[in-house]
Design a protein around this ligand. Structure first.
Ligand code: CP
Ligand code: NVA
Length: 308
């Protein structure tokens, strides 16, 4: 019977915080939790949620995951707590560490998340920053494994902005040696420092291809993935980005150029008929709602590893 192993790092701020073995372990635990072959108790443990940006899936899946572990959550709305007033992070983090057992934080800058982790004496989880969305990547790879049985030899094509979601996918691709292709308009490539670090840690130095041509990105792909063109915090760039991303919509024509049994993923929320058509979201190849469900299973697995 599989049991949660403690992770090497105390916090989960980035996919770089996990070893390959740890990612595989979390995916395996999540599978057992989803299939109801495993019950894990973290009775009485408390998860604090600090969300500086909106969220449906991440917030609710963390809340349900925690309740399934026998724990509880406290939603610390920055506007009604002293966080919104600007209380120093080093104070908030130390105080909350005395009440809670783990924190999940959604904020803008990765450095803000790191500051929380620096001062907290409990694990801190990245619930999305401008730079990464690591819990999402765990659910994505879980969904792909669930579909195909194994990850080896699979090709994931991400058509869209080189953003937080793309960044975390790249790192997990490096860890799991899965081919990742990123197709984005010129100037929207993923962060080069992160890309170089991912290549450095990967056994397969050719696992990543970045192109400005969606057709190159898609040929023979097993997974077609996209995300919004303008992320939270980029609302003022919407018009420009909508223009720059013309031709990058995942539509039926593009899907037909991928592998026959290719699945479609989107982290949601989506702008239907912008980055992806309504038809493709609702098509039989779509695993978008399974992917959303899987957030809960992988986060339950993650929490059980981070909480002793
Ligand atoms: N995919 C995702 O993180 O969704 P939410 O913004 O609703 O949490
Ligand atoms: N890239 C998107 C993901 C939302 C889950 C954003 O950061 O807004």
């Amino acid at each position: 019977m599989i049991e949660p192993n403690k992770l090497e790092k105390t916090s989960f701020l980035s996919c770089f915080d996990m070893t390959t073995k740890e990612v595989i372990h979390i995916l395996e635990l999540a599978k057992n939790l989803k299939n109801k072959n495993l019950t894990i108790n973290r009775n009485g443990k408390v998860l604090g949620l600090i969300f500086d940006k909106s969220s449906t899936r991440t917030r609710v899946s963390f809340q349900v995951a925690m309740s399934r572990l026998g724990g509880t959550t406290i939603d610390l709305n920055p506007n009604t707590s002293q966080i919104g007033r600007g209380e120093p992070i080093k104070d908030t983090a130390r105080v909350l560490s005395r009440y809670c057992d783990v924190l999940a934080i959604r904020t803008f800058k990765q450095s803000v998340l790191e500051e929380y982790a620096k001062w907290a004496t409990i694990p801190v989880i990245n619930a999305l920053t401008d730079f990464e969305h690591p819990c999402q990547a765990l659910a994505d790879f879980f969904t792909i494994k669930e579909e195909f049985g194994e990850l080896k030899g699979k090709v994931i094509s991400y058509i869209g902005d080189g953003n937080n979601v793309a960044n975390s996918l790249i790192i997990c691709g490096a860890l799991l040696e899965v081919e990742i292709r990123i197709a984005c308009p010129k100037g929207y490539e993923p962060n080069s420092v992160l890309v170089n670090k991912a290549i450095e840690i990967s056994e397969n130095k050719n696992f990543l291809k970045i192109t400005n041509d969606p057709l190159i990105g898609i040929s023979g792909a097993n997974v077609l993935y996209t995300d919004v063109w303008s992320s939270m915090g980029e609302e003022n760039q919407k018009e420009k980005k909508d223009n720059d991303f013309k031709g990058f919509t995942i539509d039926r024509d593009l899907v037909n150029k991928a592998a026959k049994d290719a699945i479609i993923l989107h982290c949601l929320p989506a702008y239907r008929d912008k980055e992806i058509t309504d038809e493709v979201i609702e098509s039989k190849n779509s695993r978008i709602f399974e992917q959303a469900e899987n957030r809960m299973h992988v986060q339950q697995a993650l929490l059980s590893c981070l909480l002793p």
